[in-house]
Design a protein around this ligand. Sequence first.
Ligand code: KMH
Ligand code: ZN
Length: 270
Amino acid sequence: MEKLIITAALTGAEVTREQQPNLPLTPDEIAEAAYECYQAGASVVHVHARDAEGNPTQDFEVYKEIKEKVEAKCPIIFQPSTGGAVWHTPEQRLQPVDLKPEMATLSCGTCNFGPDVFMNSEEYIERFATKMQEMGVKPEIEVFERGMIENAKRLVKKGLVKAPLHVDFVLGVPGACPGTPEDLIFMVNQIPEDWTWTVAGIGRTETPLAVMAIVMGGHVRVGFEDNVYYSKGRLAKSNAELVARIVRLAKEIGREVATPDEARAILGLK
Ligand code: KMH
Ligand code: ZN
């Protein structure tokens, strides 16, 4: 089985310091958290930027500062969000792609997102995909619902993305696909054999779905964007604490953990 890629989703757009006092917000804090996660065993860092007030921003300059600070500390794969927050415009969301990061997320459909709607029309999915292709950025296909896999396959057919794709199943978002074992197995069965996949289980589904991915040959995303707790009622001390648990579980189960360069080879990055 190929080595395990662990992605650390450090900040997200929705989590607050009230919910998680150790949430990294500034470029320095995000870079430090990325470095700790790299040391713990993560090979990819999924980044959402925040402005000086701690609110989500997709500003090019803020992402640039974070990217430079992360790269100065460690060779982890830098993967900015193009999802942003539900209220960001598509134009705002696309800004970090101009940095030509190795990867960026590409949400492939619309779904409910708690009380909000996460909008991704066909027109904008195609525009995001086209821009990423122009910039040489590998998309990570964010899948919140079953139909989003078909949208991704359509992008391949139209030549807007290059197969094999890498998919992130984001399961357990309130309003979208739940995060039961059956849901993950169903989703994985819908993608071609040669695509790679990771799972981001939201809230209490994070660790059980991670264990499934370790066993099934998928990859794992953890971090405060998805889950602020280590266990019921006990907040995680850091993103790295969540990464370290996955490394321990992988070791126990007999799956080796990928370095960033090994992750690059698995994902077909240059
Ligand atoms: N914050 C969510 C509305 C992504 O990063 O690409 C979207 C999101 C997906 O987090
Ligand atoms: Zn995200």
